[in-house]
Each structure stands twice: as structure tokens, then as C-alpha cells.
Design a protein around this ligand. Structure first.
Ligand SMILES: C[S@@+](CC[C@H](N)C(=O)[O-])C[C@H]1O[C@@H](n2cnc3c(N)ncnc32)[C@H](O)[C@@H]1O
Length: 261
């Protein structure tokens, strides 16, 4: 039997945002290697006999290092089983899916990438904020606020400080004060709208609307906790077309019948 690994995006949280192809792969899995943010509602669509291995960061515990995850995927695949590596959002957007794909390719293991809805898209849709909009934003950039402990953030501040381009900041809660002030220093208007969305698309989604100048204080006073995506730019001012946090009744993700056969 030929092993195959599926690198699958689980989307931003709402199980109904899983793609049909992702649901099909999960339904065929012998083993699911998943991140912590993948919800039980999604994991529960896997066959009851499928093994689940969580390699995500747990509170007060070290995450499994990436090279151990890579080695685990290769080891599991060599057993001939069908492996689903399930990640939040999209595997190729700040998901380290590229590194896993490289390792699988080097090991000669067949694999397939199944994209997911990334946090930027899920959060923007949930808050009714178009990421590009005629007259307000001609482009969008996804940026990470993550940096190694104690290291300064090494971003292209001059290039990022373009008010015609929407920035979506991932992993930026801890660094939002530094990021906002560097953007202002490099010419972004201090009153540029910013929307912070925590747990976007999930029942406990929270949103804070502010400006580049004030967002860090608001995030601190409101204790906004991860996962948070920041939408920075004029489009964030379009937010709240009277959209409630849960605009659509929650449906349970359904698995195509054929996938069970
Ligand atoms: C390691 S990155 C993974 C990104 C993921 N691969 C994607 O495409 O969305 C984790 C970051 O994604 C963002 N994120 C993921 N899910 C989110 C959600 N439901 N709401 C807000 N931000 C989210 C947060 O910035 C979080 O810190």
C-alpha cells in the first residue's frame, strides 16, 4: 500500500468553512496530526478509528519542535497509512506547510496540499470588511508579528507603510505596540482604522475597532487574547455593516457520503 500525506487547511475555526476536499481527506484518514487550534467539531468528522496526534502548542507545555513533526510525518507515512496533517487556516500561510512539503518531497513520500481559508479571509468576511476596495485599497499584504524572543521585529517598515495597501497582521498581539508605532514613524496616518478580531468565525469571536495610534492600549485594556488578526487600513473603517458576530446560523460540517465508502 502506498502511503500518502495530505497537508490540509482546516480554515479559521468555523467547521462549516472546511472545504469539501478537506472534509473528504479527513474522512479517509488513518492518522490525523493536528495543531491545537483545530476544533473538536472538525476532528470529530474523522473516522472513530483514526488516531489523533496533537502537535500544537499547549498552555504551559513546549510545542513539538518542527523537526520532530517533520520526522513524525515521514515515519507515519512509511507505515503505509493515510496521514492527514491538519492545520488551522491555510497550510501555506504562516503554517510551516512549506517546510513539511520539502521534507516529504526529499523523503520521496507522495503528498497533496489541500488549501484552507486563511484567518485574513475568514475574519474579513465575518466582520464584513473587504480586504481590497475600489478607492480605499489597491492591494493586501499578510504580515507576521512573530519574532524570536527578545529579537527586534525585522520588517520592511517603509514598504509596509502604504495606506493604499491593507495589512493583515498575524501573530501580532504581543508586538502590536511596537508595530503600530513603527508604521506611524514611517508615515502611516495615526488615525488609520484598525480592526482587531479574536477567534474570528468562532462562536466566541471578538472585535475591537480603533486607530493605529490607540489600538495597542485598547488591546491591553480589553485583554484581547490569541488568536488575533489585525486588519490595518482604510477598509477597516468600513467594518460593521451592522453584521453581528455570528451572522449565519451554525451548521455542522458535513462529510461527503462517498468519503465514508
Ligand atoms: C501560526 S499562524 C497560522 C495561520 C494559519 N495558517 C492561517 O492561514 O490562518 C496563527 C495566527 O493566525 C491568526 N489566526 C488564526 N486563526 C484565527 C482566528 N480564528 N481569528 C483570528 N486570528 C486567527 C492569528 O494571528 C494567530 O496568531
Amino acid at each position: 500500500m502506498r502511503a500518502k500525506v495530505f497537508l490540509v487547511g482546516a480554515g479559521p475555526g468555523d467547521p462549516d468553512l472546511l472545504t469539501v476536499k478537506a472534509a473528504g481527506a479527513i474522512a479517509m484518514a488513518d492518522v490525523i496530526v493536528h495543531d491545537r487550534l483545530v476544533s473538536d467539531a472538525i476532528l470529530d468528522t474523522a473516522p472513530a478509528v483514526a488516531a489523533r496526534i496533537c502537535v500544537g502548542k499547549q498552555p504551559r507545555r513546549h510545542p513539538v519542535p518542527q523537526d520532530e513533526i517533520n520526522a513524525l510525518l515521514v515515519r507515519l507515512a512509511r507505515t503505509g497509512l493515510t496521514i492527514v496533517r491538519l492545520k488551522g487556516g491555510d497550510p501555506f500561510v504562516f503554517g510551516r506547510g512549506g517546510e513539511e512539503a520539502e521534507v516529504l518531497a526529499e523523503a520521496g513520500i507522495p503528498f497533496e496540499v489541500i488549501p484552507g481559508i486563511t484567518a485574513a479571509q475568514g475574519c474579513a468576511a465575518s466582520a464584513v470588511v473587504p480586504l481590497t476596495h475600489r478607492g480605499l485599497a489597491t492591494g493586501v499584504r499578510y504580515v507576521t508579528g512573530h519574532c524570536r524572543q527578545d529579537a527586534p521585529l525585522d520588517l520592511d517598515w517603509q514598504g509596509l507603510a502604504d495606506p493604499d495597501t491593507t495589512l493583515v497582521l498575524y501573530m501580532g498581539v504581543a508586538q502590536i505596540r511596537q508595530i503600530a508605532s513603527r508604521l506611524i514613524e514611517h508615515g502611516m496616518p495615526a488615525d488609520l482604522p484598525v480592526l482587531a478580531i479574536a477567534n474570528g468565525t468562532c462562536p466566541d469571536e471578538r472585535r475591537l475597532t480603533s486607530t493605529l495610534l490607540d489600538i495597542a492600549d485598547l488591546v491591553a485594556t480589553e485583554n484581547l487574547a490569541n488568536p488575533v488578526a489585525f486588519i490595518i487600513g482604510n477598509v477597516a473603517g468600513l467594518h460593521l455593516a451592522a453584521a453581528p458576530a455570528r451572522p449565519v446560523p451554525h451548521l455542522v460540517a458535513t462529510v461527503p457520503e462517498a468519503a465514508h465508502a
